[in-house]
Each structure stands twice: as C-alpha cells, then as structure tokens.
Design a protein around this ligand. Structure first.
Ligand SMILES: [Fe+2]
Length: 318
C-alpha cells in the first residue's frame, strides 16, 4: 500500500538557522514560500522533500506515499479499523506540500503521520544549495527515519500489520530496535525502544557521491559540537555516514551507498549497529565503552561488507 517516504514536514522555532544549514551545509535547495514562516527544501525534481515551517516548538511529520489515488481510502479504512482516527488535509496544506491529496493521523507516540498521493514535480530543475552530485531518491523515497518510541509493540504493530511495512532486521542490544522497509531501500523506518521515551533520533539523506559526505563532514568539523555521531559504516544498510545535529537537536544522517534488498531478503539479528566508526558522542560513557567493545569484537571477527554504488556521478564526469 505505502511505497516510500516521500517527504517530511519540519516544525521548528529556529527557521533561519535551519535554512542556513539545509542550503549551505547539506546542499538542499531552499525555496522560500512565506518569508519567516515557511520554506520548501528540494532534493530532486519534486517540488519539495522537506517542508520547513516556523513554530513555537519542534516536531517532525513523516509523509508516506501511496502509488495510486485508490490506495488512499484503502489505507485510511485500515487505519480507522485499527483505531486510528484520520483527518483529510486542507487545500492550503495540499498546496504547500505540492500533493494532489493526503490525510493525516497520529501514531501511538503522538507523531503526526501523513499519507499522500502524487507529490508534484517542479517546473524548474533541481539546483543544490552548494555544488554536490545530488541525492539518491526516486523509488527509494527520500531516505529513512529513526524514531525512539515509548510504545514499541504498538508502533511495530501499526507499521507492520496496518501499514504493510516489512521487517529488514532487528537488534536487541544495547536496546531493542526494528528496521522496516517498503521498497528496495534497506529500511525506511527504524523503531527503537531506548527507554528514554518518544523522540526523533535521525533522518537519513543519501548523497549520490561519497565526496559529498566527506565535504559535509569537513564543514561539520569546523563546529565539532554539531557532530552527533562520527564517520562510520552501518552493519545493516551498509551506509557510510556521519550524523549532524540540526538546530532542533535531533540529527541528519548524511550517508552514501545504501544497500538495496529484494524479495529474497532474510531477516537477521544484528551483531552490532556499525562495522566501524559511528562513535555516538551523546551516549553515556558506559554505553560508549560498550559500543567500542562491540566494534573491537567485529574487527577481530574480520566482518566486512562490499560497497555497491549505483549513482556515483563523479565517474560520469571523468
Ligand atoms: Fe540511519
């Protein structure tokens, strides 16, 4: 039913700082809709992939896409039957998002979720905020989101049984986490029971070119306090990335070379979260030490993963 995460809506008390980071650091295209109130951020040919709006407090809304108009009422009925009341989007909301139709509901943690059909393409080509090789989107959607939940079982039930997401893999230490997919991207959502209550952990955006991760990392090193997780490579989706704190305190994962999976995928229990790197600077010292022990164990085992690239644009320019 749902085939991708096609956009997110960000509410923030720090709009100006957000737009500065989005354009000059991440390389998104910033298009102001209403000065000091609302901007569209573009990653590709679509009119927006992040809609950023000024608000008193921060929030992140995920916008999931269905392939056909007829899927919208189908998903809506499934949600209503499962006890999730839904509300149709207003004309103004549809206009700002650039979608033909959508509705919204609240997940068990109170996050607003939108289900949309037909995100429009822009009339002009994508122009990144700085010279980068673009982002990997298309049928894979904009990336993945990782949420910390206070209702692990209910959240997993919602995504798997009601919305039709499929399990990619899971881990039980240092905390319970489940990764789910809806298209060949290894995961579109990660749901983690960290014991810290509900919150947004990160939103992963994938560059086409490895050098663009490195350059974003260089820029982050100028203000090291904004690096939430150092450069490293994930054990499950094989993304090489680092995590950049945004003005609201949650993070962008800026990555490259995410693996895609197919119908023959086998669910795994993960032996760790990263093949190497990814020092989580925000973890308490004992958890950081545990993470280092896991990395050492993986290094001793010699576990490695192939790098598979689909979209490296630098080669095409040679
Ligand atoms: Fe991630």
């Amino acid at each position: 039913m749902i085939n991708a995460m096609s956009y997110v809506v960000v509410q923030t008390p720090y709009l100006a700082q957000w737009l500065d980071m989005a354009g000059s650091h991440i390389g998104l295209q910033v298009e102001c809709m209403q000065p000091d109130a609302c901007a569209r951020l573009r990653m590709d040919e679509k009119v927006q992939r992040l809609l950023v709006c000024a608000a008193d407090s921060m929030a992140l809304t995920m916008g999931y896409e269905v392939p056909a108009a007829a899927d919208l009422p189908r998903v809506q009925q499934a949600l209503e039957a499962a006890g999730y009341p839904t509300t149709a989007g207003t004309e103004e909301e549809k206009r700002l998002r650039g979608v033909i139709d959508f509705f919204h509901f609240r997940d068990p943690d109170g996050n607003r979720i939108e289900v949309a059909w037909n995100l429009q393409s822009a009339a002009t080509p994508f122009q990144p905020g700085r010279p980068i090789g673009g982002f990997r989107t298309g049928e894979l959607g904009i990336g993945h989101v990782a949420l910390m939940t206070a209702h692990f079982e209910r959240m997993c039930h919602l995504y798997k049984e009601v919305l039709g997401f499929r399990v990619s893999d899971r881990a039980s230490a240092p905390f319970k986490v489940e990764f789910l997919h809806v298209n060949p991207r290894h995961h579109t959502i990660g749901i983690a029971d960290t014991g810290t209550g509900a919150g947004i952990y990160h939103l992963m955006l994938e560059y086409n070119d490895f050098d663009d991760v490195g350059r974003a990392y260089d820029m982050a090193l100028e203000k090291p306090e904004c690096i939430g997780v150092t450069l490293g490579r994930h054990i499950n989706d094989h993304v090489t990335s680092f995590y950049l704190k945004n003005p609201d305190g949650w993070m962008f994962e800026l990555g490259w070379a995410g693996r895609t999976i197919g119908p023959d995928w086998q669910v795994e229990e993960l032996p760790g979260m990263s093949l190497w790197g990814h020092d989580r600077t925000w973890l308490p010292p004992e958890k950081r030490a545990e993470a280092r022990r896991i990395l050492r164990r993986l290094a001793d085992s010699g576990l490695r993963a192939p790098v598979v690239t689909h979209t490296q644009t630098a080669k095409a320019k040679q």
